[in-house]
Each structure stands twice: as C-alpha cells, then as structure tokens.
Design a protein around this ligand. Structure first.
Ligand SMILES: CC(C)(COP(=O)(O)OP(=O)(O)OC[C@H]1O[C@@H](n2cnc3c(N)ncnc32)[C@H](O)[C@@H]1OP(=O)(O)O)[C@@H](O)C(=O)NCCC(=O)NCCS
Length: 124
C-alpha cells in the first residue's frame, strides 16, 4: 500500500486579480461548472472559495505527479472539488480510468489572505 500527499497554498488576491482581469476566459479554463456555481453563490467571499479549489487542483497534481509524469496529460478541469450536504469537500479526478487509486481525500481552508488545500491519495 502506498500513500501520497500534496499540499498547496495561494494568496487569494492572485486569483482575484486573474478573475477580475481575465473573467470567463480564466474561469472557464480552470474551473468546472459545478465549481463556478458553488463559488458564485458565495457572493463577495467567492474569491476565497475559488482560491481553495485552485489549491486543490495543484495539491492533487502534486500527490499524483508520479502517475501524471508517466501516463497522463491533464488539464485544470480534470480535477473537480464538490461539497457534500454538510459542506465536506470531495475531489473527483477525471483523467484516471481503471487505475490503482483506492481513494483520494481533500481538506480545504481559507482566511482573508490565503487559501490552502491538502490532498491524500491512497493506492491499492
Ligand atoms: C466546518 C468548519 C470546520 C469550517 O472551518 P472554518 O474555520 O469555518 O473555515 P475554513 O476556511 O478553515 O474551512 C472552510 C472549508 O472547510 C470545508 N468544510 C466545510 N464543512 C466541512 C465538514 N463538515 N468537514 C470537513 N470540511 C468541511 C469546506 O471545504 C470549506 O471550504 P469551501 O466552502 O470553499 O469548500 C467549521 O465551520 C466547523 O463547523 N467547526 C466545528 C468545530 C467544532 O465543532 N469544534 C469542536 C470540536 S473539535
């Protein structure tokens, strides 16, 4: 059994600036429609939620980088964070088909200036 983890942190202002300057071109390139719908519901706090999802994508990439190097080419939208009815985040990866990943878990946190994501991957 192998476990791999990945972590990422970002200044929320960086994401805010990208969204404000590039608008939909940035949003639609990086985030899935489910992610956009979730963040847009957060109104003025939306940048924190976008930033956390951005971190989740980077953290998944880090946790899976050996796999990605060897087998896959991935894009931002191949990694999607959704939330269950209690708000708990879960991450879905669209580029691994029948593979050796048993489970993948994500945890997010964000405050005024920073967002962070931690991802753990359990291999079969
Ligand atoms: C859910 C909770 C942990 C979020 O913590 P927070 O400091 O308010 O906010 P953070 O920025 O650190 O985290 C927000 C993220 O937590 C995640 N989250 C929300 N509910 C969650 C849950 N039930 N389980 C795990 N993660 C959760 C989400 O990913 C959320 O970000 P998102 O909306 O962008 O997806 C907090 O509101 C809470 O309910 N705490 C209860 C603490 C408690 O009962 N303590 C006493 C015993 S330890």
């Amino acid at each position: 059994m192998k476990i791999k983890c990945g972590i990422d942190i970002i200044e929320i202002d960086r994401i805010k600036k990208s969204i404000e300057s590039l608008g939909d071109a940035f949003l639609l390139k990086v985030f899935t429609q489910n992610e956009i719908d979730y963040c847009e519901k957060k109104a003025k706090n939306k940048f924190e939620h976008y930033a956390a999802r951005f971190c989740a994508k980077e953290a998944v990439f880090k946790a899976l980088s050996e796999e990605v190097d060897n087998k896959y080419s991935i894009s931002w939208k191949d990694i999607e964070t959704t939330n269950d009815k209690n708000g708990r985040p879960q991450v879905k990866i669209n580029f691994l088909e029948n593979d050796n990943i048993e489970n993948i878990d994500v945890s997010l946190s964000h405050c005024k200036n920073y967002a962070v994501a931690n991802v753990t991957v359990l291999y079969k």
